[in-house]
Design a protein around this ligand. Structure first.
Ligand SMILES: Cc1cc2nc3c(=O)[nH]c(=O)nc-3n(C[C@H](O)[C@H](O)[C@H](O)COP(=O)(O)OP(=O)(O)OC[C@H]3O[C@@H](n4cnc5c(N)ncnc54)[C@H](O)[C@@H]3O)c2cc1C
Length: 316
């Protein structure tokens, strides 16, 4: 049983989500190859070879992989997929775009959002916004899986390096090209791997109030900023910050939810959070049923009071 993990890169390094999916891949079998598509000269292949559990690194190196677009990748993966029992991806936008392309080329049904591996063909995945956990058996000859990184710990570094092969690059399909890339989070940590997240909802009332109350608290705590769909729809925050069923799935140590009611579609994205703190004026809001701590009151009073108390304890 040989597993192929299709790794994702960020700024020339392995994306933290791929290091977590490696842990899942090792539960499927002990022979784990990692495929990386890189711009020639990137040192990431050697970095990945030093991770525990990697038995081989396959590097596809060509200038058209610089943008990490998925259109150029499905074909070279499909051409070698018969060598593998499983092809696994992180359930990130990259993995979610690539896995269905590959599954269509191989004519197999993919299994998405795996959070637990019970056997090499038996997986647990959330459905109905996380309210139901389904156990599914996959009988496809090559199992194409996307795996939720938040459900697995990152693989540790090894003391020895796995061999690195240069695999033949696929053609440039010329379908898409990145023109520009603008990171919206500034110096803040990325939502997907943040330890602390301050998230705002429609209860903040306006974009200005979102900025006035959420930004200083996030800066004070070194946190990433999240938002509900209602908040991003209202223009309080960019769409990339949406947390939930149709946004990002997060698993921070601390999730601070301000003016968020706790709709099932939002809660589906924060089930992996260790501690949830809710600021809400409504003691009956559904989020308070899943929160570990709640501050019931008008957020225009409670948030500044909390921030002031934090600043008094930790003066800059
Ligand atoms: C198919 C589908 C997918 C969806 N996907 C997502 C998703 O991925 N993520 C997501 O977030 N939503 C998603 N939604 C939307 C979701 O159903 C809710 O509409 C949304 O999460 C509500 O956002 P909210 O909590 O900001 O707003 P509201 O539900 O309006 O809640 C606002 C809260 O703020 C509180 N509040 C108001 N004023 C104050 C004040 N002054 N002080 C303190 N508290 C105050 C209120 O008591 C209330 O609890 C999806 C919906 C559908 C149908």
């Amino acid at each position: 049983m040989t597993i192929l993990l299709v790794a994702e890169l960020r700024e020339g390094h392995l994306h933290p989500a791929s290091a977590k999916v490696l842990t899942a891949a090792r539960q499927l079998g002990s022979d784990v190859h990692v495929l990386l598509a890189t711009d020639p000269g990137e040192a990431v292949c050697t970095e990945v070879a030093m991770l525990q559990g990697v038995t081989r690194v396959r590097c596809l190196a060509a200038p058209h992989y610089r943008d990490h677009g998925v259109e150029n990748l499905a074909l070279p993966i499909a051409q070698t997929a018969a060598l593998y029992t499983h092809v696994v991806f992180a359930a990130t936008p990259f993995g979610k775009a690539l896995a269905p392309r590959l599954a269509a080329m191989l004519d197999v049904a993919p299994v998405s959002d795996v959070i637990q591996i019970l056997a090499p063909d038996l997986f647990v995945r959330p459905t109905y916004a996380g309210n139901v956990l389904s156990t599914v058996q996959c009988r496809e000859p090559v199992k194409v899986l996307t795996i939720r990184p938040s459900a697995f710990a990152p693989a540790a570094r090894s003391t020895s390096a796995a061999p690195v092969d240069v695999a033949p690059a696929g053609p440039d399909m010329g379908v898409s090209q990145r023109i520009a890339r603008q990171y919206q989070g500034g110096a803040r940590p990325a939502l997907a791997d943040a330890q602390v997240i301050v998230a705002g909802g429609q209860g903040l009332g306006s974009k200005d109030n979102f900025a006035r109350l959420i930004y200083p608290l996030a800066d004070m705590l070194g946190a990433a900023i999240g938002a509900t769909r209602a908040a991003v729809d209202a223009g309080f925050a960019p769409y990339d910050w949406q947390v939930g069923q149709t946004g990002q799935i997060v698993a921070p140590e601390l999730y601070i939810a301000i003016g968020i009611s706790g709709a099932a579609q939002h809660v589906a994205g924060i089930r992996g959070a260790r501690v949830v703190v809710a600021f809400n004026k409504d003691a009956e809001a559904p989020l308070l049923q899943v929160a570990d701590y709640a501050l019931v009151g008008d957020l225009n009073d409670t948030v500044p009071q909390w921030l002031a108390a934090l600043q008094a304890q930790h003066p800059v």
